[in-house]
Design a protein around this ligand. Structure first.
Ligand code: GRF
Length: 210
């Protein structure tokens, strides 16, 4: 059955593009029914316009790092009318709060650039480098009321190499994000992910997989 996807973005939208590409390549049977951005200048919105993907900038309200109050209600209403089967936070740089989470219980996932539970929050690559870690990666997880704390679905691991910078590391992780996120959405599309029965440990994405 075709999965209806709503995607929330704030900027570049490279994960949105990876989802769009996966649909075009028939990796899974899906449709992006709505893209919402909290930034009017997000490059992701240009991508949507170019590719005829329904998209909307909705003013995010007065807070810088969260969605609350009337703005949050506007996002919920827009999402409700699009009737997505799955909501994907893909580079969305705001914390979503209980009203939105509860409106779409266990149907919101996020892609985070670290091996959660390590480094929830921001500046994940700088923190991994600072700590002298030998590896890092990305995690797709269910969104709940704990920031980056929901059940983890899938992770990809990448090595940290001598001389790595935040830029080189984020580029290496981003490549994996663009594999893992479509892979998880494909599992949702094929009915292979049920929140209640999903274990507390994430699957590990094997990059060698064809
Ligand atoms: C990515 O690193 C993602 O992990 C994080 O936001 C960054 C930008 O994503 N959540 P995108 O290029 O806008 O999809």
């Amino acid at each position: 059955m075709k999965i209806r996807l709503a995607v929330l973005v704030s900027g570049r939208g490279s994960n949105l593009q990876a989802i769009h590409r996966a649909i075009g390549d028939k990796v899974f049977d899906g449709e992006i029914v709505l893209v919402l951005s909290d930034r009017p200048d997000a490059a992701a919105l240009d991508f949507c316009a170019k590719h005829g993907i329904p998209s909307k900038y909705i003013h995010p309200g007065d807070f810088k790092t969260k969605l609350e109050g009337a703005a949050e209600q506007a996002y919920i209403a827009a999402l409700r009318s699009a009737a997505p089967g799955l909501i994907v936070l893909a580079g969305f740089m705001r914390v979503v709060k209980p009203p939105l989470i509860r409106a779409f219980e266990n149907s919101i996932i996020n892609i985070h650039p670290s091996l959660l539970p390590k480094y929830p929050g921001l500046h994940t690559h700088a923190r991994a480098l600072e700590a002298g870690d030998r590896e890092t990666g990305c995690t797709v997880h269910f969104v709940n009321e704990v920031i980056d704390g929901g059940k983890r679905i899938m992770q990809a691991r990448v090595p940290i190499r001598p001389g790595d910078t935040e830029a080189s590391l984020s580029a290496r992780v981003l490549k994996e994000e663009h594999q893992v996120l479509p892979a998880v959405i494909k599992m949702f599309a094929e009915g292979r992910i049920d929140y209640a029965s999903w274990p507390n440990e994430p699957m590990v994405w094997a990059t060698h997989r064809t």
